[in-house]
Design a protein around this ligand. Sequence first.
Ligand code: PEP
Ligand code: MG
Length: 574
Amino acid sequence: MSFTLHGVGVSPGIAIGVARLASHTRIEVAHYVLSSQFLDKEIARFDDAIAAVRNEMEQLRGQIPSNAPAELPAFLDMHQMILNDSMLSEVPKQLIRSQQCNAEWALTQQMEHLLAQFDAIDDAYLRERKADVVQVVERVLKVLLGHPDNLPSTESNLADCILVAHDLSPADMIGFKHQRFAAFITDVGGATSHTAILARSLNISSVMALHNAHGLIRDNEIIIVDGEQGVVIVDPDDAELEEYQLRQTQWVIEHQKLKRLSGSRSATLDGLDIELHANIELPRDVAAAKEAGASGIGLFRSEFLFMNRSGWPDEEEQFEAYREVAQAMGDMPVTIRTLDVGADKPLGGLTEVTLNPALGKRAIRLCLSESAMFHTQLRAILRASHYGRIKIMIPMLCNLQELRLTHAAIARAKASLVEENLPFDPGIEVGGMIEVPAAALMAQSFAERLDFLSIGTNDLIQYTLAIDRADDGVAYLYDPMHPAVLQLLSVTLRAGEKAGKPVSVCGEMAGDPRLTRLLLGLGLRRFSMQSASLLSVKQQILKSDMQKIVLLVQKILRTTDEDKLETLIARLNQ
Ligand code: PEP
Ligand code: MG
């Protein structure tokens, strides 16, 4: 029977497809599709992991002390039996072959299948053995994840599948880049969580904060995802299917029409030029940025080069990645943000689990305390600056001391290159992100000491309104139009103007066409967003008249009443 779930629409579009449930295991695993030539290697990797766990268990058996309780060998026996059962040691290999999925994903899929069978067992003792299956699977997963290969090249055969997950990590989403799931839906996550941002960059519809979709939806059920409205219809009836098929066609037509704008000038009705830059996560995203007609890269989230791999990229590898982007963009600017990990983008070996990661050692705080790693990244960026128009951008600045230390680190990296006779752009611009209310309130001081500012509204909203951007429980409080947020935006833009330094917005607000006029009215002239949003924003700019906008936005800035605010925003967007 059909039923509907409501969440937060984080990436627009209508998708109709078959549910594919992601695993419930506590270990996060990447999900990716393999090209056929990698299947044998993947199956061998799976076999090796099973053999390694078998060995581990043998060794454990040898280490059991003679006075250990009798349950211990019995417990090991059972785990060995589970491991050797073809349901765990053979069926995943069939899945790898038939679904072309990676070993971790095949194993967790099979585990979910087995757990569902356990649920149906009447005998309480046997039902409890679920935990043992999970433990054995987790052992195998640990071996698999302990020796991760680089992500293999992928191929799309998931066009009709909708991934249903309790949660997906940013690293997971990077694994999905350029694959063709029809949609993603998750129980948790907010609209500006990094997972949501990546879903938008994939340009496929996505709904998050559904709370219990993973528990309610079954594998292979037909579902409809409306990423605009945040609605998911499970097991739709014929009338619903027909209605959404029609909406889907309309959406595709509108999307196609937008493509015609990619080559046109980005200017308001009264001729004010507006720069539209793209946000990217990996060098390969440049293609989409150029296709959308971006006039630069306003935010290269360099931390994604560090994910889904064992070890960090060395200077040479980073240099190649930055140079690739610089060269691909030619004389257009490329703004590389230095490593921003921590919070919802943890990185093994670098970030610690802390009480409140969003308020902990992340971004520039972490880089300044990991000086060798920071030095390596700065050298790589500087070296790449010889090949294009690269700028350096510092995330999450809070005080001027951090800025002084960062400038000193950049000077050290430059000096080391001079010593080795390696070329770089000596006049490379250095900018800072305004993401913390403290930084917004003293934007003037930052603007005077930097070449440009960029407002990271995702974090600025999180810190101003005290809502964790990745927590679905408080997603309803996320409000880019909160008067306090608007004041901080206005203060920062005015500070940039006064200091004669450009200010951009590279948070998700920049890519929301419903907020384009508001930002124009606040004085924004440089937007940076996911490539997928660029043409919708451009369309809005092309229809905007600055004279009308400025007056209304002045009124909006003086308004604190939510209802009045909503009416004024609606008028602004008419
Ligand atoms: C932001 O905070 O708005 C931003 C652009 O950075 P990130 O989303 O990567 O934290
Ligand atoms: Mg940020």
